[in-house]
Design a protein around this ligand. Structure first.
Ligand code: ZN
Length: 383
């Protein structure tokens, strides 16, 4: 017997599973994996826990009910982003219910998903499952995507269709942009501020780089365009800048970190090469040094399932037409496994990664109903 959905979310939220490229915040996700494994085993799933190579604190869960080639994968990530407890109204690790909303870290993104998915499965007699239903719980989606990457590298066939339960307000998402970050470092030479000739000012170099990146952004918007997206062009956003140590010293080094979102069809490696040229050209008339590299994790763009019938069926069941999103998911990795993949889950992406993140109880119930209809359609013989 599964605990009630709210109790499941409460236990999942109380089990911290932060993933972060910053080692000070990074935590194991095994507590969450073990809770999910216990619940899934109780429903008759065959459960596997696969540690990530070289990182015993991190694991993926693969739980399968039924046998065969086809079938449906319900997939979610088990990790959350780091948090600032002092910016929350209540303790982010203690589920707090107010006015039909469940507040807590990861409620929308995406621990609530697992309660909905497992409760959807619990409505079926395992004997009625003709094609397998698989619950995937991945590690490190919020940082490196290493969990999904490990699954893609292993190449195991997990089913024919997949739903990723990221918070989409229960609208189906069929394509999304790719996301990655680059860090630009401009090197100069320190010197006394009284005489500019004594040094090479990295801040002044970076200023040229910023101007060049802005004009690159304009030209790339002319080259690539996809009206399916609310923001129809690739984007480049300046997120962090640092450098220098004192006003009376010429700045010797400066770094800039940039968020870049690519449209489906754009190659991340090619963009990095292009940006390196942009930076080098911007600094060509001076004696600065420069370095540009991709940092942190990345999500590739996702161009959607090729099986229009699958998309159509999901659209009918959720009463919506599939849209595009501006955020990245693990969908490209599941697509690599041959899974026809859509993103569809309870909660609002706008409250994810924020203090006072929440999902409504009603949305979890609607997600449960929806996943049950998908299981019925794709895993049983019932119409
Ligand atoms: Zn997420």
């Amino acid at each position: 017997m599964l605990p009630p959905s709210i109790e499941m979310v409460r236990q999942l939220v109380a089990t911290p599973s932060v993933s972060s490229p910053d080692q000070r915040f990074d935590q194991s996700n095994r507590g969450v994996i073990e809770l999910l494994a216990e619940w899934a085993a109780g429903l008759g799933f065959v459960v596997r826990i696969e540690s990530l190579a070289g990182d015993p604190g991190k694991a993926n869960l693969i739980a399968t009910l039924g046998e065969g080639e086809d079938g449906l994968v319900l997939s979610g990530h088990t990790d959350t982003v780091p948090f600032n407890a002092e910016r929350w109204t209540d303790d982010p690790l203690v589920l707090t219910e107010r006015e039909g909303k469940l507040f807590g870290l990861g409620t929308a993104d995406m621990k609530g998903f697992f309660a909905a998915a497992l409760h959807a499965v619990s409505r079926f007699d395992p004997a009625a499952i003709r094609r397998p239903i698989t619950i995937l719980g991945t590690a490190d989606e919020e940082s490196t995507m290493n969990g999904a990457r490990a699954l893609a590298e292993k190449g195991e066939r997990l089913g024919r269709y997949a739903i990723i339960g990221e918070p989409t307000g229960l609208r189906a998402i069929r394509k999304h942009k790719g996301v990655f970050c680059v860090r630009v470092t401009v090197g100069g030479k320190a010197g006394h501020a009284s005489n500019p000739a004594l040094g090479v000012n990295a801040i002044e170099g970076l200023q040229r780089v910023i101007a060049a990146l802005q004009s690159w952004r304009d030209t790339i918007g002319d080259r690539y365009h996809d009206e399916d997206f609310e923001v129809p062009t690739p984007t480049l956003s300046f997120g962090r800048i640092s450098g220098g140590d004192s006003p009376n010293r010429i700045c010797a080094e400066c770094t800039l970190e940039v968020d870049i979102r690519l449209l489906p069809g754009m190659e991340r490696q090619a963009v990095v090469v292009e940006l390196r040229d942009v930076v080098a050209n911007a600094l060509a008339e001076g004696s600065w040094t420069s370095d540009l590299r991709a940092v942190g994790g990345h999500a590739d763009a996702f161009s959607g399932p090729s099986d229009a019938a699958f998309t159509g069926t999901v659209e009918t069941l959720c009463g919506c037409s599939a849209e595009s999103a501006l955020f990245g998911t693990e969908a490209p990795y599941l697509a690599e496994l041959g899974l026809q993949t859509l993103v569809l889950g309870a909660g609002d992406i706008a409250v994810a990664h924020q203090p006072d993140e929440y999902v409504t109880i009603a949305a979890i119930e609607r997600a449960t109903d929806l996943y049950a209809r998908l299981i019925q359609r794709f895993c049983t013989d019932a119409p």
